[in-house]
Design a protein around this ligand. Sequence first.
Ligand code: NAD
Length: 463
Amino acid sequence: MDMAEQFDVVVIGGGPGGYAAAIRCAQKGATVALAEKDQMGGTCLNRGCIPSKALLGSAHFLTLAKHAPLMGLEIADVRPNWSKMQARKDAIVAGFRKGVTGLVQSNRIKIFTGRAIVSAQGKVRIEAVGGIQEIACKNIILATGSVPVEIPIFPFDGQTIISSTEALSLPTIPASMVIIGGGVIGCELACVFAAVGAKVTIVEALPQILPNEDEWVGKLMAKELKKLGIETMVAQKVTGVTASDGSANMSLESGQTLQAEKVLVAVGRRAFCDPETVQSLGLEMNGPVIKVNQKMETNVPGVYAIGDAVGTTYLAHGAFSEAEVAAANATGGNETMHDYDLIPRAVYTFPEVASVGKTEKKCAALGLDVTVGSAPFRSNGRSVAHNENVGEIRAIRDKTSNKIVGVTMVGATVTEMLAAARALIGSTEPITEVCFAHPTVSEVLKEAWEDAFGISLHVPPKR
Ligand code: NAD
């Protein structure tokens, strides 16, 4: 038998965590293999971030076009063409998939297509269509991702009861859709389907939509979604679904009933790792989640895990950060993941929601004595000029340390201000001396920050 091909590092999973880790290892001079059983780019590129943002891009354009009369414009007819929206989305995804594959190869990383199983420490078996191949390595980085959570009493049927994967590629616009779960996926896809004309209802189990954010965010977003025609039901659970003839009847805990053409279940994602790998390595798990320490090391020496598979953030950029740490440590470095609060959170709804650092409720739970500065978009010149003046920014200052510990933003383009908001976290001094261009949307961030120190220029003094 041939000698197994040998690598310094084998990365399993070609999503944002996996390909970033592979590239970083290669940049350090390691010989690297990357195994992917499906398509390069993982959930983010193939059935997550990118396709959803492509559809949201079309939906946003459509929503704005409907405001034409307010802007002094006459547009005769604006209608969605779903199959063209789908084709555009598919082309965007295909383009990035090609790009990422080329990028990985340009870093001299060998891509193996097939199911990769770690059969023993330093040994990976790849089951491809063409046959089985064994490769050997010093270190392994598991970046095996996640799958949509299913509700056991009404599992996915792929037709009427669907996950985000099917929702992103529906052949036609459904007349109606009930979305179970008012989290990130639920709210984003509600914006897509409402914009193209579906009657959308969100059913959220907790007392607010986007429950990871502060209460004011949930309330404001419910009000804004309502303007798009989206109904939100909170503190409510679907107890049963019967699907037949392309339609679903649902019963709710309250005794109410709902009917819809599609039921989108968006109640979170579950970490995934091949059970054979878990068993052969004796990986320590926490349910479906691979246990790791701050160095992204599993209990098995030389085996690291990152991204959705470790159940920390379920965010592509969370996986990017963890990839940096795992790649450094797998190539002789010594790095640790630090404060997960500093991983920004972005929701691409209309308007957008973006936050970084601690929320007010997290501060309360930690017993921090805080004061909250705020500034609205309605008094920002550029936001008004663009007719995108909904929302506000809040900056939280810890009175004891006198530092900004969190920023939460709701508004048209707030996700693009996350890097600036991140830079404010930990700052103690008001930024009166930092010059923000005028008129820009980002001036609202400066106002909120100054307000947290009681010295905003454009927010009237509080009495
Ligand atoms: P999520 O955790 O954001 O939201 C799930 C929601 O479902 C929660 O609000 C939860 O309270 C609710 N829920 C749970 N069980 C329920 C039930 N039986 N009935 C009604 N509501 C129920 O998860 P998601 O929206 O499915 O997204 C999965 C992951 O993917 C998340 O971690 C998310 O951060 C990530 N994601 C991120 C982005 C982004 O960053 N823009 C976009 C999409 C997904």
